[in-house]
Design a protein around this ligand. Structure first.
Ligand SMILES: *Cc1c(COP(=O)(O)O)cnc(C)c1O
Length: 355
């Protein structure tokens, strides 16, 4: 099977396994796990923030940020296709008690006017807007990248208003590699940032949340409330340290593989792949013009040995990662094109039958 469903399917590397086996550990509930402490220190340093917090998942990292930045009843501004809104099972409402107000733009970055108009609302009539959330790279929008300048424009507004800006940077290292900048260049324009070790960086478990010392102290209490405070978590942090320090450099390979796949798929117009918009490791394609829905298309690809994610009624997602090679990607492209041809022939013959 060639598994292109997600970069979360990556397995820990042999070096990670070894580091996990020999990790120095302690009780992180007491702040005594040296490997967790080292991971948090390195993460803060790499992001250019005062402190960082190791959490079991990206979803919990975002939830801790929401709890630390807001109070129940507050408005949080975010993109209509963002992960926090789409995939975190309503944590924003159920855990933080907040109300999302959504924008909808091609790369998931809000217009300054949108943010300004919601911040400036009459407090006698409207609940306060206390947080804006961004996502980079943007998953549901096809792994597109927001530039540091775009983020800085939003930050200027939130800073002026004295409200918080959070970055869901689950794949922030992919964004940095794509633009050839450092993750700090994004993180310096937000109050808090969450990033995943367990996606393209191949660690088995874990995310980090970074921000000011006062923010991380609040987030640490939120993590405890959510049940995410761990004990000898150094066995996980040991893999995380390798993910953080050694794996970002190879993400370019995943991006090149995704571009390669996108260029091949773009030869079938019906798939609606815009290869020029594939800048990181995600490729979205459409199935409606092939006469099948996404679930049917994914099932037929699986029968041919290629796994993809169903991303909407007629949208499928391919994600390249460490555990698929260029040959795998080429094979996946051939198999996908064969399936398309078959479906288009079937569609044409059906049309013929009707006439
Ligand atoms: C995967 C992902 C998350 C959540 O990470 P988990 O570790 O799966 O909880 C958050 N945001 C984005 C954009 C993601 O892609």
């Amino acid at each position: 099977m060639i598994d292109l469903r997600s970069d979360t399917v990556t397995k820990p590397t042999p070096r990670m396994r070894q580091a996990m086996a020999t990790a120095e550990v302690g009780d992180d509930g007491y702040g005594e796990d040296p490997t967790v402490n080292e991971l948090e220190r390195r993460a803060a340093e790499i992001m250019g923030k005062e402190k960082a917090l190791f959490v079991p998942s990206g979803t919990m990292g975002n939830a801790c940020a929401l709890l630390a930045h807001t109070r129940p009843g507050d408005v949080v501004l975010m993109d209509a296709e963002c992960h926090i809104y789409y995939y975190e099972h309503g944590g924003l409402a159920a855990l933080a008690g907040c109300l999302p107000v959504l924008w909808d733009t091609p790369n998931g970055c809000p217009s300054p006017d949108f943010v300004q108009s919601h911040i400036g609302r009459n407090p006698r009539q409207f609940p306060p807007t206390t947080l804006v959330c961004l996502e980079n790279t943007h998953n549901r929008r096809g792994g597109v990248v927001m530039t540091p300048e775009e983020i800085a424009r939003v930050y200027a507004i939130t800073q002026e208003a004295g409200i918080a800006l959070h970055l869901d940077g689950a794949r922030l290292f992919n964004a940095a590699v794509a633009l050839r900048v450092s993750v700090k260049d994004f993180a310096c324009h937000v109050d808090s940032v969450q990033f995943c070790l367990s996606k393209g960086l191949c660690a088995p478990v874990g995310s980090l949340l970074a921000g000011s010392e006062a923010f991380i102290a609040r987030a640490r209490r939120a993590r405890k409330r959510l049940g995410g405070s761990m004990r000898q978590a150094g066995v996980l942090a040991a893999a995380g340290l390798i993910a953080l320090t050694e794996m970002p450099n190879r993400l370019e390979e995943d991006h090149a593989n995704a571009r390669h796949l996108a260029r091949a798929l773009a030869s079938v117009e019906a798939l609606r792949v815009r290869s020029e918009s594939v800048v990181t490791n995600i490729v979205l394609a459409r199935t409606e013009e092939l006469g099948v829905d996404a679930a049917e298309f994914a099932k037929r690809l699986a029968e041919r040995g290629v796994l993809v994610a169903v991303y909407g009624p007629t949208t499928i997602r391919f994600v390249t990662h460490h555990d698929v090679t260029r040959e795998d990607v080429e094979r996946a492209a051939v198999v996908t094109l064969e399936l398309c041809e078959e479906l288009l022939r079937r569609k044409a013959s059906r049309k013929g039958a009707v006439l």
